[in-house]
Write a new protein. Structure first.
Lengths: 473, 373
C-alpha cells in the first residue's frame, strides 16, 4: 500500500516541496481536522459582499446607460468600446482575484485534507459563474459560506450555502415570491396580468442535488411546497420588481434578508410533515429536516466515498459512511474520520484521475520556484485546462468521475502546461529529487528512470508532472 | 517578420501579434556586433556532426553507422561534415565556419541536468552558480550592445545575471516538443488508461516539433525569427536560441540527420536574414557533452564526454579550419575507455571566440565568463 502517496494525493493536495516526511499518515490527516483554519492568510483582503454587490450594481447601471447610448449611436462604432467597458467591470476583477487567492491558499495550506474538502463541498453546493450576478460572489461564497462550516454539521453547511447571495441569485430565489404574498396581492390588485410568483429552482436543486438526491421519493408537490416555504428569502440590491420598496432602509446591497411581504403565508407540508413556523423559520426547519434525512445521508456518503475511492465506490464504505451520518446527525468531522480509518480509501488501485484543479495545485505545491509568471491569468489557465474555477456550468457541479477528466486533448493540454512550466523553471529544480518526494512510495521505477534519462532538467520536470502516478491520486 | 523590442514582454511568456506592429527601417545599426548562442540540449554527437573519418579506429567503432556522414563535405584530411550540414559546409569554404573538436566543459559525469547547468552557468561544479556566462559577458559590453533576448519561455541560466534579459516565445502556447512526446509515449506504454488517450492525442494534434521537424523548416523558421529580432537598429544584440532533441540513444541515423538539417537551416536563415550584419555576427553552437565512441545496441550512442562546438560568422579568427588536439579513438585513447577524450576546454574556446569578436582582452573575458574555472 502506497500510504504516503495516498495520504498526500488522495486525501491531500499533493506534497509540498518543504513538507516534512509523515511517519503516521492517518494521524497526520486526523490532526489536520483540528488544525484547520477557515480563514487562511491567502484569502485576506478579498472584497466583501457589499463591495461585490455594488460593483455588480455599477455594471448593471452602466450596461443600461450603454444600451440607451447604443440606441442613439450611429453604426457599430460603439460596440468595441462597450465590450471594453464591460470587461473592466469591477465584479470580474473580484472573481479573478478570488480565483487567484483560492489557488494561493491551496498551494500554501498546511492542512491540505480540509482544503480538499473545501473544494469538494463548494462543488457539492455548486454555483456557476456563468451567471453575471454570480461571477463576483463566487469566491465569497466559498470563503464565507463553505469554509467556516466544513468542520460542523452538514445541516449548518447546507443552511450557510443556501443563505448566501451567490446561491440565492444563481438558483433564482431572489425572483421567487409567494403567490399569495402581500407583494403579489398588491400587484394583482393593480390589475397586472403578470403577477409575480413562485420559482422552484432552488427548492428543487436543494432536494435533488444538495440533500436527498435524485429519485429518492420526493414529489413535485414537495418541491412546490418547499419553494413556497423558501419565499421571502432574498438578497438586498438584487430583487427585480420587489426591489427597493420592500427592503428595510438599513439593508446594504448583498445582505440576506427575509421579507415577510414576499413570503407565502400559511403552513406547508413537505415529505408528509407539516411546517407552520413563523417567518423565515419555516424554510430553516425544512432545511434542517432535509439535512438529516436518511436519503441525504446515503447521497452525501456516496459522493464522499466516490471522491476518495473511485467512480463506483465500494458499498461497504458507502454503508459505513451512511451509518455514521445517521448516527452523528450529519457530523462532518465524524465522516472525515471514517474516511481516514476505512481500508477502502487506502487501496492502491485503481487510482482516481486528478481533476485539472487537483493536478495543477499538486504541481505548484511541489515547486519552490514560482512556476507561473506574475502576469499569469489564473482563471484563464483553468479555463484552458477544462475546469474553469467556480464555473461548472450547472448546479450539479463538476462530475467526480475518471472519464470526466481523462481525455486525450486534456492530457495534451497538461503536457503542454507542464512543458511551459518546465521551460520557465526547469533548470532551477531537480526533478530527480522532487519525484521521490511527491510520489513517495508510489514512484514507479519506470518513471524514476524516465526522469533521470530526460535530455534536460526541464524535460525531466515535465515528465514527472505528466507521469501516470502524478496524473492520478 | 519584424518585431519591436518594445513589444517583447521582459521575462514574460507572450508577445503581441507581430502583424499588429509597425515595420522598421533597415537602418544601419549603431552597434554592429551581434552574438548568438545556440545550445544543443541533450548531448549532440560531435563524432557524427564533424566525423573523424580519417581516424583509423572510427569505422570500426561506429560499425554500421560509420557511413552516417557519407556524402558529407570532406573539410579536412581527418574530418567529414555531416551531409545534412550543407549550408554550414558552404560557410566553411568561405571561412565563415570553424569547428573545435574534442572539447568539453570541466564537467566529467554524464547527467544532462548537471552538464547543461555547467555549460550555461560556467561554474566549476553543477548548480554552483545562479548566473550564466552570457549574462556575465553582458557586463563587459557597452550599454548599447547589451540588449539581450532569449527565444525561450523564460530566461535560461546562461543569460541570467545583473543585466536584464528579454524573452520571446511565440504567442501560442508552446507545444510539447517531439522528443518529450516520444518519451511520454514510452512511459504510458503499459498504462491501460493513458496509452489509448495519448495515442489519440498525438494522432489528432498537429504537433509543432523542434528544429528537426518538418524536414528542417522548423529550424529555418527559428532562424528567420532570430534574424528579425536582431536586425533592426534597436533590435537585440545578444541572443540565445534553445534547441532540444539531441539525445540520440536509438535510431540516431535518421534523428540526428533531421536535427542537423534543422540546425543547418537555422544557421542559413539567420545568415540570410541578417544580410550585411552577418559580417559582425558570431554564432556559437555548443552542447553539454558528447556521446560514446561506440554505437550501442539500438542504433544510437550513449552519454559521452567530449564533443564538437561550432563557431560561425563573418569575422572569425580561424574560419575554414577545424581545431583539435586529436586524442584518437582507439580504446586506450578514450576517456574511461568509452568516450572521446576532451583535450581542450570548451570554456576557453567560447571565451577566445567572444574576446576576438568584441576585441576584448582575452584574459579579462576568461575571468569574467568563467570566474571559477
Amino acid at each position: 500500500m502506497a500510504v504516503q502517496y495516498l495520504a498526500a494525493n488522495r486525501f491531500g493536495l499533493g506534497r509540498r516541496f518543504d513538507d516534512p516526511a509523515v511517519s503516521d499518515p492517518q494521524g497526520w490527516l486526523t490532526r489536520q481536522l483540528d488544525e484547520y483554519d477557515s480563514a487562511p492568510a491567502a484569502l485576506a483582503g478579498l472584497a466583501g459582499r457589499e463591495a461585490i454587490a455594488n460593483a455588480y450594481a455599477e455594471y448593471r447601471d452602466e450596461r443600461q446607460a450603454m444600451r440607451r447610448e447604443m440606441a442613439t449611436a450611429e453604426g457599430e462604432d460603439a460596440m468595441p468600446q462597450m465590450a471594453q467597458r464591460m470587461a473592466r467591470a469591477g465584479f470580474r476583477r473580484y472573481y479573478a482575484e478570488a480565483a487567484g487567492a483560492r489557488l494561493a491558499a491551496a498551494i500554501a495550506t498546511p492542512t491540505p485534507f480540509p482544503e480538499r474538502l473545501v473544494h469538494f463541498w463548494a462543488n457539492h453546493f455548486a454555483v456557476s459563474a456563468d451567471k453575471q450576478t454570480v461571477v463576483g460572489f463566487a469566491g465569497d461564497y466559498e470563503n464565507m459560506a463553505i469554509r467556516p462550516h466544513i468542520m460542523g454539521k452538514f445541516s449548518d453547511l447546507l443552511i450557510a450555502a443556501v443563505r448566501h447571495p451567490a446561491m440565492l441569485l444563481y438558483l433564482d430565489q431572489a425572483q421567487s415570491f409567494g403567490p399569495d404574498s402581500v407583494f403579489a396581492a398588491r400587484i394583482r390588485n393593480r390589475g397586472s396580468r403578470q403577477a409575480p410568483g413562485l420559482n422552484e429552482n432552488l427548492a428543487r436543486e436543494v432536494m435533488e442535488l444538495h440533500t436527498l438526491g435524485v429519485r429518492t421519493g420526493y414529489t413535485q408537490a414537495d418541491v412546490t411546497s418547499f419553494a413556497k416555504a423558501l419565499t421571502g428569502l432574498t438578497v438586498a440590491g438584487f430583487g427585480r420588481a420587489a426591489g427597493p420598496r420592500f427592503m428595510p432602509a438599513d439593508a446594504r446591497p448583498g445582505d440576506i434578508l427575509f421579507i415577510e411581504r414576499l413570503h407565502q403565508p400559511g403552513a406547508q407540508t413537505i415529505l408528509g410533515k407539516k411546517y407552520d413556523q413563523p417567518r423565515g423559520q419555516q424554510a430553516e426547519a425544512v432545511l434542517r429536516d432535509l439535512a438529516v434525512h436518511p436519503a441525504t445521508a446515503r447521497h452525501v456518503a456516496t459522493k464522499l466515498a466516490r471522491h476518495f475511492t473511485t467512480d463506483n465506490p465500494p458499498t461497504s464504505l458507502v454503508d459505513r459512511l451512511t451509518r455514521d451520518f445517521e448516527r452523528s446527525g450529519g457530523d462532518l468531522p465524524s465522516l472525515y474520520r471514517v474516511l481516514i480509518a476505512s481500508p477502502e480509501t487506502w487501496t492502491g488501485a485503481p487510482m482516481m484521475f486528478k481533476s485539472p484543479w487537483d493536478w495543477c495545485v499538486s504541481m505548484l505545491r511541489s515547486l519552490k520556484a514560482p512556476a507561473l509568471g506574475e502576469r499569469q491569468n489564473i482563471a484563464a489557465m483553468f479555463t484552458q485546462l477544462g475546469q474553469p474555477v467556480w464555473r461548472p456550468g450547472s448546479p450539479k457541479g463538476y462530475d467526480d468521475m475518471v472519464a470526466t477528466w481523462a481525455g486525450s486533448a486534456a492530457l495534451m493540454q497538461r503536457v503542454e502546461l507542464a512543458s511551459r512550466i518546465a521551460g520557465r523553471i526547469g533548470d532551477r529544480v531537480d526533478a530527480r529529487q522532487i519525484a521521490p518526494l511527491v510520489l513517495a512510495d508510489a514512484l514507479p521505477p519506470e518513471t524514476a528512470q524516465a526522469i533521470a534519462r530526460a535530455d534536460s532538467p526541464g524535460q525531466g520536470l515535465a515528465m514527472l508532472f505528466a507521469s501516470p502516478a502524478f496524473l492520478r491520486r | 517578420m519584424i518585431l519591436s523590442r518594445r513589444s517583447i514582454i521582459l521575462s514574460g511568456i507572450s508577445v503581441a501579434a507581430a502583424g499588429a506592429l509597425p515595420g522598421f527601417a533597415y537602418a544601419a545599426a549603431a552597434t554592429p556586433k551581434r552574438l548568438v548562442f545556440v545550445i544543443q540540449r541533450g548531448a549532440a554527437d560531435g563524432l557524427a556532426t564533424v566525423a573523424p573519418t580519417g581516424d583509423p579506429a572510427f569505422a570500426a567503432a561506429r560499425r554500421a553507422m560509420a557511413d552516417e556522414t557519407a556524402g558529407g563535405a570532406k573539410i579536412d584530411p581527418m574530418f567529414t561534415l555531416h551531409p545534412a550540414l550543407a549550408a554550414t559546409a558552404g560557410l566553411y569554404t568561405r571561412r565563415q565556419a570553424h569547428f573545435a573538436h574534442a572539447v568539453a566543459t570541466s564537467y566529467r559525469d554524464r547527467s544532462h541536468f548537471d552538464g547543461q547547468n555547467m555549460l550555461e552557468g560556467g561554474g566549476s561544479r553543477p548548480y554552483g552558480r545562479d548566473d550564466g556566462w552570457v549574462g556575465r559577458l553582458l557586463t563587459l559590453l557597452p550599454a548599447a550592445e547589451r540588449d539581450a533576448i532569449a527565444i525561450a519561455p523564460a530566461v535560461p541560466l546562461a543569460m541570467r545575471g545583473s543585466v536584464q534579459v528579454g524573452t520571446y516565445a511565440p504567442s501560442r502556447l508552446p507545444q510539447a516538443d517531439a522528443d518529450l512526446i516520444a518519451r511520454l509515449t514510452a512511459l504510458y506504454q503499459d498504462d491501460p488508461l493513458l496509452n489509448p488517450l495519448w495515442d489519440s492525442a498525438i494522432r489528432t494534434q498537429e504537433l509543432a516539433s523542434d528544429i528537426g521537424g518538418n524536414n528542417g523548416r522548423n529550424g529555418a523558421d527559428l532562424g528567420k525569427l532570430a534574424a528579425s529580432l536582431m536586425l533592426p537598429a534597436d533590435g537585440a544584440r545578444v541572443m540565445m536560441v534553445e534547441t532540444g532533441g539531441w539525445d540520440t540513444h536509438s535510431g540516431q541515423r535518421g534523428r540526428l540527420a533531421a536535427q542537423l538539417r534543422g540546425l543547418d537551416q537555422l544557421v542559413g536563415a539567420l545568415q540570410t536574414g541578417l544580410g550585411a550584419a552577418w559580417t559582425d555576427t558570431l554564432v556559437i553552437v555548443a552542447t553539454e557533452f558528447g556521446r560514446t565512441v561506440e554505437v550501442n545496441g539500438t542504433g544510437g550512442t550513449d552519454h559521452g564526454t567530449a564533443s564538437t562546438a561550432m563557431l560561425l560568422g563573418g569575422g572569425l579568427a580561424a574560419g575554414g579550419t577545424v581545431s583539435a588536439d586529436w586524442p584518437g579513438l582507439n580504446t586506450a585513447a578514450r576517456y574511461e575507455g568509452r568516450d572521446l577524450k576532451p583535450t581542450r576546454s570548451l570554456e576557453s574556446v567560447i571565451a577566445g571566440a567572444v574576446a576576438h569578436h568584441y576585441a576584448l582582452d582575452p584574459q579579462r573575458v576568461m575571468t569574467t565568463l568563467y570566474p571559477d574555472v
